[in-house]
Design a protein around this ligand. Structure first.
Ligand SMILES: [Zn+2]
Length: 149
C-alpha cells in the first residue's frame, strides 16, 4: 500500500476493523513520513458450493443462513447487530470446515444450530425444528432435553 503523501511503499497497519458486510477499514501509517491515512478493503464474496442431502449442489448463499436465523428469531429479544455477528461467526466456521470449495448443507445446519444455541434457546429450537424436520416426537424431546442442559 503506497503512502498518498510521499508515495513510499513502506506503510504499516495500525488498526483494522470490519465496517459493514465484507469490508474492512484500516488505519495505516507511513514508515517514512509518519503521516496517517485510512483505506477500505472489500472482500469479494467467497466461492463455495453447498452439497445438499440429495447430492445436488447450489452456490453458497449467506443470505439464506441469515433468513433462517431472522425467521427463527421473530419476536425474540435479539438485535440486528447480534444476528449480524452470529452470521459472521457462522461464516468463519463454515470456512474452517469447508473442504476448499464445498461444504455439506448438513454441516452448515449443524454450525448454525451450535451458534444459535448460545444466542437464544427459543430461536434455536425453532431453527432446529425446521432444519431437522422432526418427524419423531422422541427426537424433539431429545432436543428439548439438550436445550435444558
Ligand atoms: Zn509517507
Amino acid at each position: 500500500m503506497k503512502c498518498p503523501y510521499c508515495n513510499s511503499q513502506n506503510t504499516s497497519v495500525i488498526d483494522s476493523r470490519p465496517v459493514e458486510d465484507n469490508a474492512i477499514r484500516r488505519r495505516r501509517q507511513c514508515d517514512d513520513c509518519n503521516k496517517r491515512f485510512t483505506t477500505y478493503e472489500r472482500v469479494e464474496s467467497i466461492e463455495l458450493v453447498v452439497r445438499k442431502k440429495d447430492g445436488t449442489i447450489e452456490p453458497y448463499d449467506k443470505n439464506k443462513i441469515r433468513q433462517g436465523i431472522v425467521y427463527s428469531s421473530v419476536k425474540r429479544p435479539i438485535s440486528k447487530e447480534s444476528i449480524d455477528r452470529l452470521v459472521a461467526e457462522i461464516e468463519e466456521e463454515i470456512m474452517v470446515f469447508a473442504n476448499k470449495t464445498e461444504i455439506e448443507s448438513q454441516k452448515i445446519g449443524e454450525i448454525v444450530l451450535e451458534k444459535l444455541r448460545t444466542l437464544d434457546k427459543v430461536a434455536y429450537i425453532r431453527f432446529a425444528s425446521v432444519y431437522r424436520d422432526f418427524r419423531e416426537v422422541s427426537n424433539f424431546k431429545e432436543e428439548v432435553a439438550n436445550i435444558n442442559k
